[in-house]
Design a protein around this ligand. Structure first.
Ligand code: SF4
Length: 276
């Protein structure tokens, strides 16, 4: 098992805040704006405890409280919640909040803000709301297509991206004739530690199992890094998706998990694999 794996403090905090909100407001009276974290097992446990979920703030009953998940939300969404009279319970991770503040500050200092991240990811969609006209780039071709010429660029990254990917993108940006490029490191060390531990484990095993939600950005990134390290890698959510062919002919298996995967999912997987 990877020495660093599974739940990060941001996810633990978000779950605690969600549970406390349901205890304070009552079952069925708190609505999360999207899944609290990218893990189906945890989300369904919270639902059983009485947390509702909606993807649209306009459909939430004003008598209920709205829970902002660990990925955060744009200022526009926060304002909309207040305008509708919803009580806001904010479970945004402190590191995502920092990225939001950095984007606002860079804009106020006169930089054109560039975010290296997946434009479809809810964290990115929230963070870019903190400045007008943020350019989001995630690949070299995005740079070609979208990066405008501005004298001063301020660069941040999605918290869950790998330092290696972000460094590559920054190197590409620096090849262009910008007069000033200010880079603020918004990467999450919790994620970096898990990535490093997974890569280290790859050198000791024949196959890697990366456990976590199929939509979880940090889990997907970890699986990609393991594959890039040359190890057969499977990204699955739980033991239910395990197939014997995945371990056929392998002697040593490595197991790690994304930042939104609870320890019981990891333990159950390892126990079943050992039994097999
Ligand atoms: S992975 Fe990092 S940024 Fe994301 S919730 Fe966890 S601690 Fe926060």
């Amino acid at each position: 098992m990877a020495t660093s794996r599974g739940f990060c403090f941001g996810v633990e905090d978000a779950i605690e805040i969600a549970e406390a909100a349901v205890a304070a407001h009552g079952a069925g009276k708190v609505v999360a704006l999207g899944p609290v974290i990218h893990n189906k097992q945890v989300v369904s446990k919270l639902e059983q405890a009485g947390l509702n979920q909606s993807g649209d703030i306009e459909t939430i009953d004003p008598a209920h409280a709205v829970l902002i998940r660990s990925h955060g939300a744009s200022p526009e969404t926060m304002q909309r919640a207040k305008d509708r009279g919803l009580q806001v319970v904010d479970a945004t991770c402190v590191l995502v909040k920092r990225a939001q503040n950095v984007v606002r500050q860079l804009h106020e200092e006169g930089y054109h803000v560039v975010m290296i991240g997946d434009p479809e990811h809810p964290e990115v969609q929230g963070v870019i709301g903190y400045a007008p006209d943020v350019t989001v780039v995630d690949t070299g071709s995005d740079l070609e297509a979208a990066l405008p010429y501005k004298e001063r660029l301020g660069v941040v990254a999605q918290t869950t991206h790998s330092p290696e990917h972000v460094a590559g993108m920054i190197a590409e940006i620096l090849k262009r004739p910008y007069r000033e490029v200010k880079i603020v490191n918004t990467l999450c060390l919790e994620v970096t530690r898990r990535q490093e531990a997974a890569i280290a484990l790859c050198s000791e095993v024949d196959v890697m199992f990366v456990l976590g939600g199929l939509h979880s950005a940090n889990t997907k990134e970890m699986a990609r890094l393991c594959r890039d390290a040359g190890t057969d890698t499977y990204h699955i959510e739980t033991w239910e998706q395990f197939e014997p062919r995945m371990a056929a002919g392998k002697k040593v298996a490595g197991v790690t998990a994304g930042a939104s995967t609870p320890e019981w999912v990891i333990r159950e997987f390892v126990e079943k694999l050992e039994e097999m």
